[in-house]
Design a protein around this ligand. Structure first.
Ligand code: ADP
Length: 537
């Protein structure tokens, strides 16, 4: 038998301090760039852990964070779970009533808040039932004026905390380490609790050569926010591996991201497709040297083929498509080619890699159709179900658990096909599929085709109720330049690519597509907007 040493996160920060004290965390602030070594980060993390305990945070208590991606947030990422408490990352873009709900539902005892979000929490404070202290993260020496109370300055807590603090040794690998709420279509957000064990194993998966292959040699920049599924686990894995981390800080733009990649020679970066669409536009307008990138990881919604092609062919940067959910830590499948697929013509390789990919080692999936598991033929659609050690087994204190978790599997609500090689393709979210005359139309496929047109910046397709067909697709398009292409020309462009009944009934030109709090197309709002527009016409 082998030793059953616990898989806890404490080993991650300890390893960074011991083996990589000189490596850096580079953090963009509102005023410039801060550089901290892992030696400094590890010391500050211990001091923070000590101070939080002195504020009354005990084992199992939840500590909420409302913050951008920066070194202080990273310190909280370790100080909280390594001291036995639970790191609750809160999505700063949610509506105040949802923020109030999740802080109360999680029973956060302390909140760590970027000064930018103090006004937001002031709006909620009278209804917060569990919070005992507010800690403000700011570059300024003084605290901002606030009605929050009692309020502490993060840097003062770092100064006052003891560097002799020792992380407790009695943390069980199955103890909660983190939590994150995911937005629900209707009703309140749903909470997911991550265990130490899940985070450690998920981090290992990020380091595997056939997945993200994150390593000490990388300079990694998570553009995906630290409040969105733990920035896809990159801060955890990065610290453990001694990776140089670049944190893009507050209110970043494509220009800021391109400059950071150029200046800091970023090798690996990760974010949702809308980030990369914006980046491509910036790169077209101005020249940057982004040749240091060895890979761009993209997930959260389907990466348009045109984006993959542009990064690879125009900028010679490998593009990795992956799929996951808040409930899955998030990495589940990633699109790396098998060795014998490498010799296929580029278009065929692109087709494979535009799929979401194959299962990472450690997990198990199945695709369930009307009559049980679907065949691996790339055609028949079914719902993706997942299980494994970094997959949630329930929603936190939520009766909606029974809808998604059945017989030891998480049912994702994503409709997919699986091909002969095991590559998963997300056809749509169940709720976004267009049900036309008893058949299904994938909004994702239509969007991808439209975004491959050179005049198109963004495209989203939604279902509109129809008397005869039940639902019909309508496309919403944002052009790179107004008037560059007509509706008829776009229809002509789509026609040879789809069966006739798949073609959208209408194409509307918009100035902007509404986005969710994590940068995905907000189909619900778009549907309403389209209906109003169509009625007016
Ligand atoms: P939210 O529900 O707030 O969007 P998540 O980020 O957890 O929160 O979303 C997970 C969902 O995002 C998945 O269920 C799936 O529908 C979608 N998704 C994630 N990655 C991809 C991808 N690569 N392609 C298509 N859809 C994706």
């Amino acid at each position: 038998m082998m030793m059953a040493t616990p898989l806890t996160m404490t080993q991650m920060i300890k390893r960074a301090e011991k083996y990589f004290p000189k490596k850096q965390v580079i953090s963009r602030t509102a005023n410039g760039i801060d550089r901290f070594t892992y030696k400094q980060i590890a010391e500050r993390t211990r001091r923070l852990a000590d101070s939080l305990q002195k504020l009354g945070v005990q084992k199992g208590d939840k500590v909420g964070t409302l913050a951008w991606n920066h070194h202080r947030h990273l310190e909280a990422y370790f100080a909280i779970p390594c001291s036995g408490a639970v790191l609750h990352t809160i999505n700063i873009r949610l509506a105040p009533q949802h923020i109030t709900y999740i802080i109360n539902h999680a029973e956060d005892k302390v909140l760590l808040i970027d000064s930018d979000f103090v006004p937001l929490i002031e709006q909620c404070k009278d209804e917060l039932s569990s919070v005992k202290a507010y800690v403000i993260m700011t570059d300024d020496k003084e605290l901002p004026e606030t009605t929050l109370s009692p309020v502490y300055h993060y840097e003062q807590l770092i100064e006052q905390g003891s560097n002799d603090y020792q992380y407790p040794e009695d943390i069980d690998e199955n103890d909660p380490a983190g939590m994150c709420y995911t937005s629900a279509t209707t009703g309140n957000p749903k909470g997911v609790v991550y265990s130490h064990r899940g985070i450690v194993l998920h981090s290992m998966a990020l380091g595997m050569a056939d997945s993200a292959a994150l390593s000490e040699k990388d300079i990694a920049m998570a553009v995906v926010p630290m409040f969105h599924a733990n920035a896809w686990g990159l801060p955890f894995a990065g610290v453990w591996f001694g990776t140089t981390l670049v944190m893009p800080g507050p209110n970043f733009t494509p220009k800021i991201l391109a400059e950071l990649i150029q200046q800091e020679k970023v090798t690996f970066t990760a974010g949702v497709p809308t980030i990369w669409l914006g980046m491509l536009k910036e790169l077209e307008e101005k020249e940057y040297d982004i040749s240091s990138l060895r890979a761009v990881l993209c997930g959260g919604s389907a990466a348009p083929k045109a984006v993959i092609r542009a990064f690879e062919q125009k900028y010679n940067i490998p593009f990795m498509h992956g799929y996951g959910m808040t409930e899955t830590s998030p990495l589940v499948v990633i699109s790396t080619l098998k060795s014998y697929q490498e010799d296929l013509p580029y278009e065929e390789r692109l087709d494979i890699r535009a799929k979401q990919g194959i299962l990472v080692p450690g997990l198990d999936i199945k695709v369930v159709g009307k009559d049980g598991e679907v065949p691996w033929d790339g055609k028949e659609m079914g719902e993706l179900a997942i299980r494994g050690p970094w997959i949630a087994s329930e929603y936190y204190k939520d009766e909606r658990t029974k809808d998604a978790f059945r017989d030891g599997w998480l049912y994702t609500g994503d409709v997919v096909t699986i091909d002969e090689e095991g590559f998963i393709k997300i056809v749509d979210r169940t709720k976004d599929l267009i049900k036309s005359g008893g058949e299904w139309i994938s909004s994702v496929d239509l969007e991808n085709a439209l975004m491959a047109h050179e005049a198109v910046f963004e495209a989203a397709v939604v279902a509109i109720p129809h008397e005869k067909w039940q639902e019909r697709p309508v496309a919403c398009v944002v052009l790179k330049q107004k008037g560059q292409v007509t509706k008829e020309e776009l229809m002509e462009f789509l026609t040879p690519q789809f069966a006739k009944w798949w073609l959208p009934d209408d194409i509307l030109f918009l100035d902007e597509i509404p986005k969710t709090s994590v940068g995905k197309f907000l189909k619900r709002a778009l549907r309403d907007e389209v209906q109003v527009k169509l009625q007016k016409n």
